[in-house]
Design a protein around this ligand. Sequence first.
Ligand SMILES: Nc1ncnc2c1ncn2[C@@H]1O[C@H](COP(=O)(O)OP(=O)(O)OP(=O)(O)O)[C@@H](O)[C@H]1O
Ligand SMILES: [Mg+2]
Length: 351
Amino acid sequence: MKKEQVVNCQFSVWYPLFKKHTIKSLILPLPQNVIEYLLDDGTLVVSGSSENSYQRSQINNSDSEDEGDVQWSDDETTTVVTAPEFPEFNSKVQEAINSLDGCVFPKLNWSAPRDANWIALNSSLQCQSLSDIFLLFKSSDFITHDLTQPFHQCNDDSPDPVINYELVLRKWSELIPGGEFRCFVKENKLIGISQRDYTQYYQHISKQETSISSSILQFFKDTIQHQFPDEDFVLDVYRDSVGRVWLIDFNPFGEVTDSLLFTWEELMSENKLAASYTDDTTLQDGPAFRYTTSEVTVQPSPCLSYRIPRDFLDLSTGEDAYKLMDFLKLQKGQQEAEDSEEDTESAVNTP
Ligand SMILES: Nc1ncnc2c1ncn2[C@@H]1O[C@H](COP(=O)(O)OP(=O)(O)OP(=O)(O)O)[C@@H](O)[C@H]1O
Ligand SMILES: [Mg+2]
């Protein structure tokens, strides 16, 4: 894979070319101080006020029960960490979000924080404010990858091209996972299509296999072929409930991109791809189409390994005040038990 291929897959490179065929989006340059904030490994402090005030009001509202014995802070030990504020950038982002009807899907030049959706209050990538976006971005290895090693796995030794980092805000759209497909294009030919959410079995895909495959091929020929600045690339598409195909994203043709139900070895090889997951329905000279065929093959979500236990998360974000109180009580109980054990031991040992 060449660095040039990665450069061409940046959102701001392809979006102006294919605007009519994809989800409405806005691109904002990412200021240097915001990049530094995103890369700062310190305590996760979310700039902006909406979530923080939400959490605080939840805690303050829990006026029942006996939280009176819980020490929320100890003046001598509390370190006050202030969140950086980016007022100018914040207002630009809020304006952009509002113009996209108030809910957006955020990305950087290439990646969305798909590995971090578990941390959000709504367990989704849907954002309504800059602080929602920061929480996801600061928790995502995929975002860090974009910022620190975008040319990882490139095999040319030319100097790294200069990247202007951008925040991409896409209008939130409820995409049905069974309608998403990844298309592999080599030498400007569509060679393979894979179901994107391969961990699930979707009955409609096997039923409509031929029409899905041919509508994607038609979309490719009419809209994409010879229009993208490269001849090898990976294209994500969405086929909606009325059969219209939409463009979702471009990705480099190489290992950095998940090959889903194909392998990169197969995709790179000169041999024609076999449609191994289907009955032999490869269209005459058309792409191989692979999808999950039975419920037996249903697998865990690929992003599960990025998660931490829900309890840890609730405790660290203070989202569940009662859980935090239980935890503190448990700690206190344990401490008291240890103290009384020590007392007994010293009493026994006393001559
Ligand atoms: N505008 C949107 N609204 C809601 N969900 C979206 C939107 N755009 C994308 N998604 C969902 O998020 C998923 C990931 O989006 P996208 O392909 O843009 O991210 P990515 O980081 O480039 O992923 P990959 O690493 O697989 O290429 C999509 O498969 C789709 O389910
Ligand atoms: Mg992508």
